[in-house]
Write a protein that binds this ligand. Structure first.
Ligand code: VG1
Ligand code: CO
Length: 563
């Protein structure tokens, strides 16, 4: 088979971030840019005879990139490609397929929740054989290769029709185009109590209506198969469920700001259970009429109720975990249940080793990411069906009044207390300002100048005393690898906490994230526990902004997004 060596030169900045390489589409469209990065992946793995899964969120530039991967991959000796029809595989579905068919790894074409289309973002991410994002030793290797690349290999073959399911030959390789949804549906049916959920939904057609919003990302076909075809909900229970290459011009991020199509419909139509997912299907938001579930609470509540989910009932819950900035609600569940629990850096790749070692079952991130060891990615629809399963089970236990989202939240707070949590994002700020903010906090860390200082909130008069300031560092308990500089943490004597971190998924400028958490014990009572997050955190946020001098450094009065 004719293989050509194409000469090229390295591009700067092909360093994978929190979740792969993400740049503007225009950057990927430069001659050799995408090819270089793909060759660097093949230079970093055992490509000869490999089986590779390919799919993504269907965003603009995906079909072209699938063909590029087929050409370069087969020239590098890949034996088999398993490709989602029309280049579509949600991130969790891809993780499942890598595991189920024992593939060497997978290449996911996604920039997740970032907007798509010719003027927006594209991304390429490599996942390893456990189905999870490549760990840092692999992504560092890929990056090193991109710095010295001199040529890439291509096989001259005509493009494959990605719209036809079946097995095809492609030079020396085999290409299997598969149904994007079928394996994932089977997976969820094995995990959850679908008959229980269905009978609950059937008997509450008018007082427990469901609405899922795909935000025109990849999850539309998955949600239709699960909610409509399997659980028997009406067509009207899903919206924006046709995947579009530009997500209909929207920002496919399931939070109160960007998922406004869901929020509005839920409020207008009195929907008891609303949910949304992001572009590539790994994030989720649970939002019913008058009820918003903070992701940090969501994972903790799923852990609290785990026994009603057949998968955990059968296999048990081995351990719990969260990313560092995520609130500590799940820690309290672990303590109560006597389970091991972990705090890892931001990004799903850090959970994989713990799961593979049989020490972690349920975990989550504050950034609308929830999941378990059924795969090695966070899983939006898994979390949504988990909530339906829990609500159905809670209602099966009590025959009196309908139990909804808010009842589960309140019950949880009464048992464990409440961790008020919020995140402020300052997007695309000048890198200089962001670096100066980090340096300012580092100075305080080194000199100890903030230790024991007392700060009073002007509006609430609450006093906060700094108890420590540190830079989060993680040593993986399994492979002992160390990840440094994962965020600066300020703790206060009342147990409150503020974290500052630079985003690793942006495609332009710098994005600063400020995370605030304040714990209120159960004994504080319903009035205190039932406050809104912004009320509960008002004083702490003022103090955090003052201590960090964030507004001065970033030149921004208000964050771009509050979640
Ligand atoms: C963000 C989130 C992080 C998440 C990551 C990937 O990263 O904060 O929690 O794991 O996105 O999610 P960062 O570095 O920008 O803070 V996804 O849905 O983009 O795969
Ligand atoms: Co995502």
């Amino acid at each position: 088979f004719p293989v050509k060596d194409i000469p090229t030169k390295p591009f700067d900045g092909q360093k994978p971030g929190t979740s792969g390489l993400r740049k503007r589409v225009k950057v990927f469209q430069q001659e050799h840019y995408t090819e270089n990065f793909i060759q660097a992946i093949f230079d970093s793995i055992e490509a000869k005879g490999a089986t590779l899964v390919i799919g993504g969120d269907g965003r603009f530039f995906s079909p072209e990139t699938v063909q590029t991967i087929l050409k370069i991959g087969s020239a590098n000796g890949v034996g088999k490609f398993i490709v989602g029809k029309d280049s579509i595989l949600s991130t969790p579905a891809a993780s499942n397929i890598i595991r189920k068919y024992k593939a060497t790894g997978g290449i996911l074409l996604t920039a997740s929740h970032n907007p798509g289309g010719p003027d927006n973002d594209f991304g390429i991410k490599y996942n390893v054989s456990n189905g999870g994002p490549a760990p840092e030793n692999v992504t560092n290797k890929i990056y090193e290769k991109t710095k010295t690349i001199q040529s890439y290999k291509v096989l001259e073959a005509s493009p494959i029709d990605l719209g036809k399911i079946g097995k095809f030959t492609y030079g020396p390789a085999e290409v299997a185009i598969i149904d994007s949804v079928a394996d994932y549906l089977t997976l969820l049916e094995d995990i959850f109590d679908f008959p229980l959920i269905k009978s609950f939904l059937d008997s509450h057609k008018s007082d427990f209506r469901v609405l899922f919003d795909g935000l025109h990302g990849v999850t539309g076909p998955y949600a239709r198969a699960i909610l409509v075809s399997t659980l028997g909900l009406p067509e009207t229970s899903i919206q924006n469920c046709v995947p579009l290459p530009d997500f209909g011009g929207g920002h496919p991020d399931p939070n109160l700001t960007y998922a406004h199509t869901l929020v509005e419909a839920v409020e207008r139509d009195n929907i008891a259970f609303g949910a949304a997912s992001d572009g590539d299907g790994d994030r989720n938001m649970i939002y019913g009429k008058g009820a918003f579930v903070t992701p940090s609470d969501s994972v903790a509540i799923i852990a609290h109720w785990a026994e009603v989910i057949p998968y955990f009932k059968k296999g048990g819950v081995k351990g719990l975990a969260r990313s560092m900035p995520t609130s500590k609600a799940i820690d309290l569940v672990a303590q109560k249940k006597g389970l091991e629990y972990f705090e890892v850096p931001t990004g799903w790749k850090f959970f994989g080793n713990l799961m593979d070692a049989g020490r972690l079952s349920i975990c989550g991130e504050e950034s609308f990411g929830t999941g378990s060891d059924h795969i090695r990615e966070k899983d939006g629809l898994w979390a949504i069906v988990a909530w339906l399963n829990i609500i159905a089970a809670a209602n099966a236990k009590s025959s009196n009044k309908l139990i909804g989202i808010n009842d589960l939240l309140n019950e949880f707070y009464e048992i464990y207390g409440r961790s008020f949590f919020s995140r402020y994002d300052y997007e695309e700020v000048p890198s200089d300002g962001a670096n100066a903010l980090v340096a300012h906090l580092n100075d305080a860390l080194k000199s100890g100048s903030l230790n024991d200082t007392v700060h009073t909130s002007a509006s609430t008069s609450t006093k906060f005393t700094v108890s420590s300031l540190y830079d989060f560092e993680y040593k993986d308990p399994i492979d002992h690898s160390v990840s440094k500089n994962q965020g600066q943490v300020i703790t206060f004597s009342d147990g409150s906490r503020v974290v500052f971190r630079l985003s690793g998924t942006g495609s332009q400028g710098a994005t600063v994230r400020m995370y605030v958490e304040r714990y209120v014990p159960a004994k504080a009572g319903p009035a205190e526990l039932g406050k809104s997050a912004s009320e509960g955190l008002k004083g702490l946020i003022e103090v955090a902004l003052e201590i960090s001098k964030l507004k001065e450094f970033l030149g921004r009065d208000e964050p771009t997004v509050i979640t």
